[in-house]
Design a protein around this ligand. Structure first.
Ligand code: G3I
Ligand code: 9MR
Ligand code: ZN
Length: 579
């Protein structure tokens, strides 16, 4: 394994001005030192679908490779490996074995000059369990009800009482409960619930065949709603409960500070509905996010529960009305509040998304016009910039839902721009995937807090774009991010708890830390590498190429927390791959 000096690596990683000199000199580093038990042959630990592209990354030099069936020992494929190349994201020198020609379902191993891989599966059901597990992860995040995932992963109902914080302009107890704990903390935040719930409902709409029959073994199983929708409703109902009588939506419900690492039922800090602290108290981004999500919900729940769908549509319209009258009320943590902020300096994208979803659901002219005028801020030259969605940027969801609405009256010029711009951005992601040694679509600058969620959202971008502008390369690159997340990375690690043969173990997740069970709660995606760590564990890491800026450590919340908005695009991707 080659060694590299820090100087070389810092050039790749983009500057190291803040690193003290002593660290510079001591931080000679190699991949072998970084992860001693990791294999030099890495791939999706869940295996591959039969007809998929199957690229395996080797980190030790080899001239040839052989694929052998495990049961018979028969050689099914042999090939030569191409020249080794340097991968900037990891700093590794890699070769890639293309074993796509192996299509027969079964178990296989890859043999190289550097040794033999772990065995892996090729099969039509390779990702079925993964979809089930990652969606069921939301049940594990539930607040306000007894949770029992089996195998000891359980807790009694938590956070059953709440109060209005003085920043909300109301006071006294608030009768609400439910929702999903956001992450490793027990806060509930409308903004982050918005993108998470919206993404999952999109999966329901786009990949209904794959999710409709999921048996999630939740308390509502067997009821009138399919499990997938019943689970999402748990969060939706809480979101609706944060809407004030005037239509505005409070930003979040949390304690004043994060509690310690206790089980949720043992967190006795007061759960407050928190506002901005000055009129109009509710925030624009939160209100518009609820409008968008409730508008989607009206479409999804209609066939099962007409009254609920009407409630959602009514809430969406009232929220939209409030947000258009108050288009720029930003949220910042008021004095004394230290939980997640989800502050967003620009709510134009949330408003656009709300208008687009309302138009798609209701067909009302005012919403179409709002999209067509609101979109102007995204125009660049002759096109529009379509970026992968993130909790603070929903503009792409707005544009895509406008395009997928399939309604009369849509501007053909805008539709063409959306298609072209989306395809251009997707092409760039495909290029990234081809260049990157581990096949993901991330650029070097994408390794921020929640980079694994970024990978998931880039897959969502590729999948939706493939619908608008058919190109098999888009769906292929989308799947590459799954392979990256479940093992084809410089850590040889699956970043979903209890999934794959070598899953990460120490999420920043209070129930996992407090339950006295060694293995973490199942089905949760780590935030992943972060080139700009914001926790003590990360600050102590020597500066390395961005994919190496990770540690499987419970205290590393900026690299190893789990979060509902990171699981959601993964569920979306797995739904696509299972349909
Ligand atoms: O976009 C910039 C990028 O341009 C810049 O190069 C880079 C380097 O500094 O930063 C990027 O912004 C980062 C942003 O995440 C990206 O989305 C910020 O630095 C970073 O501080 C910010 O982190 C957010 C974090 O809260 C702190 O506010 C995460 O997105 C967000 O997922 C996370 O959310 C937390 C909640 O607050 C509380 N609950 C847990 C949850 C997950 O950790
Ligand atoms: O647990 C908190 C996590 O959910 C947040 O993402 C993170 C950043 O806001 O903060 C974590 O809480 C830490 C706090 O910020 C500082 N003291 C230690 C807390 C973790 O135990
Ligand atoms: Zn709770």
């Amino acid at each position: 394994m080659q060694r590299r000096t820090f100087i070389r690596i810092s050039a790749i990683a983009g500057g190291a001005a803040a690193v003290p000199t002593a660290l510079w000199l001591s931080s000679r580093w190699s991949a072998a030192e970084a992860a001693t038990d990791s294999s030099p042959i890495v791939f999706n630990q869940l295996g591959y679908l039969p007809n998929a592209t199957k690229l395996i990354t080797l980190r030790s030099p080899s001239a040839t490779f052989t694929v052998r069936a495990v049961s018979s020992g028969a050689v099914v494929l042999q090939g030569k490996l191409g020249a080794a190349r340097d991968d900037a994201a990891s700093g590794d020198r890699v070769q890639i074995a293309d074993i796509s020609a192996v299509r027969q379902p079964g178990m296989y191993v890859l043999e190289t000059d550097a040794g033999k891989s772990a065995s892996f599966e090729i099969g039509n059901d390779a990702y079925r369990h993964a979809l089930w597990l990652t969606m069921r992860g939301y049940y594990g995040q539930r607040c306000g009800c007894d949770v029992d995932l089996g195998n000891g992963y359980s807790h009694p109902a938590c956070h059953l009482t709440a109060e209005f914080h003085k920043t909300s302009a109301k006071s006294g107890p608030c009768k609400n409960h439910g929702g999903w704990h956001d992450a490793g903390d027990y806060g509930r935040y409308i903004v982050n619930s918005g993108i998470s719930t919206g993404t999952l409902l999109w999966a329901w709409e786009m990949f209904n065949g794959a999710v409709r029959k999921l048996d999630l073994k939740i308390p509502e199983s067997g009821g009138k709603l399919p499990d997938f929708l019943a689970e999402i409703r748990w969060n939706l109902d809480w979101m609706l409960s944060l809407q004030d009588a005037d239509g505005g939506v409070w930003h979040k419900q949390t304690s004043e500070n994060f509690c310690s690492f206790v089980m949720p039922q043992d967190d006795h800090l007061i759960s407050y509905v928190i506002g901005t602290g000055s009129p109009p108290y509710k925030s624009t981004c939160a209100t518009a996010d609820l409008a968008a999500v409730a508008a989607i919900a009206a479409r999804c729940y209609g066939p099962f529960d007409d009254a609920y769908a009407k409630t959602c549509l009514d809430a969406a319209k009232r929220a939209y009305g409030w947000a258009s009258k108050n288009p720029d009320v930003r949220f910042q943590n008021p004095q004394g509040i230290r939980t997640g902020e989800y502050g967003d300096g620009d709510c134009r994208d949330e408003l656009l998304w709300a208008a687009a979803e309302l138009w798609r659901t209701s067909g009302e002219e005012q919403y179409r016009q709002a999209v067509e005028s609101g979109v102007s801020y995204l125009r660049a030259g002759s096109g529009i910039r379509v970026k992968a969605p993130a909790w603070n940027d929903l503009s792409a969801l707005a544009l895509w839902t406008y395009a997928m609405a399939d309604r009369k009256g849509a501007s053909s010029e805008l539709l063409a721009q959306i298609r072209e711009s989306s395809a251009r951005e997707a092409d760039a992601l495909v290029q990234n995937s081809r260049q990157n040694g581990y096949g993901n679509t991330l650029s070097l600058t994408d390794y921020n807090w929640g980079s694994n969620g970024v990978a998931g959202n880039q897959s969502l971008q590729l999948i939706v774009t493939d619908r608008l502008h058919k190109n098999d390369e888009f769906s292929r690159a989308a799947a590459e991010n799954l392979h990256y997340l479940i093992g084809r990375n410089c850590w040889d690690l699956s970043w979903v708890t209890q999934l794959g043969t070598k899953a990460f173990q120490h999420p920043h997740h209070r129930p996992s830390g407090a339950d006295n069970i060694a293995a973490p709660w199942p089905g949760l995606l780590s935030g992943g590498p972060n080139a700009h760590p914001a926790d003590r564990v990360g600050w102590l890491l020597p500066k390395r190429p961005p994919m190496q800026m990770y540690k499987d450590d419970e205290a590393a919340y900026s690299m190893n927390e789990i979060c509902i908005n990171w699981n959601a695009p993964l569920v979306f991707l797995l739904s696509a791959l299972n349909s």
